[in-house]
Unconditional design. Sequence first.
Length: 307
Amino acid sequence: MSAFWSWWITLIALANILACVWLIRWTARKRPDEKPSHETTGHEWDGLTELNNPMPRWWLWLFYISIVFGLIYLLLYPGLGRYEGLLGWSQYSAWEEEVESMEERTAPLFAEFAERPIPELARNDEAMQTGRRLFGNNCAVCHGADGGGRTGFPNIANNYWQWGGEPEEIYVSILNGRQAMMPGFGGAMDDDAVEATAAYVFHLSGREVPEDLISRGEEHFGNYCAACHGPGGEGNKALGAPNLTRDEWTYGGGMDSIMTTIREGRQGRMPAQKDLLGEDRIHVLTAYVYSLSMDQRNEQDDEDDAE
C-alpha cells in the first residue's frame, strides 16, 4: 500500500469516529433540571405524539463506550493504513499459525499412510476418505468432483492416461505437474491439409471418414504427427502425446475440435502440487486418483486373462 492510500485510509477512519462524537454531542438535548419536557418533535400518528426528550443516559453511554472501544481496537490491531497495531497481529500470521497447528496434528497420520504402497492404500477406506477431501479441495475444480474431467481437463476416472497411469507415474504428475507442448501446424499446413489430417485422426478412433481424406491425411500425419503420436497414433506417454486410437478426447473429438488442435496446437498445464501439499499428502492423493479407475483396471485385467 502506498503512503498516500495509507494516510487516506487513516484520515477517513479517524474522521468518521470524530464525526460520530460530534454528531452525538450536536444532537444531544440538554436534560431538564425539573420535570420532563412536553415539547414534541411535531410527529403524530393515530393519536400518538413523539416527545422531544433526551436519550436515556445508559443508551448515550453505550455510544461513547463503542467509540472508545473502536479507538482501542485501532490502536491494538491493524486498521489505519499501514499501521500494524501494537499487538503485531495480521491475518497472514493467524493463518500460518492455524496451518502449523493443523500440520502438527495431521502429519503423523499422513506419515503413516505414506509407508503403505499406493495400490494397498487405494483399498483403505480411511485413507480414501482423506484422499477424497484432498481431491475435492485441490483437483475437483478442474477435473470435476468425480474425476470425469471437462473440456481442456482430462478424465482421470477412466483407464486412459496421457502421461501414464501407473502409481509412480500418477505420483510424478501430481508432484511435479505436467506441461503439454502440442505445436500448431497452421503455418505449415493449408486448410485442406489440416482437414485431411483431422479426418485421418478421426478415422483412427474407429469412425467413418471418406477414403480420399484418409489417404491424404495419412501422409500428412506421417510427416507432422507420427514423431510424437507414433505411426499408428498409439501415443507416447514419455512425451505426453495421447493415444489417438481411443475415443477419449481432452479438447473434444469432433472434426472442428480436432482441426483446431492441429491448426493452433494445445498448451495445457497441470500445476505442480509439491510445494502446496507435500509428498506425504500427494502419496494419499495419488492413491485416491488411482482408485478412481480401479474398476476399469480390474475389467481390463479380466479381459487380458480371458485372452
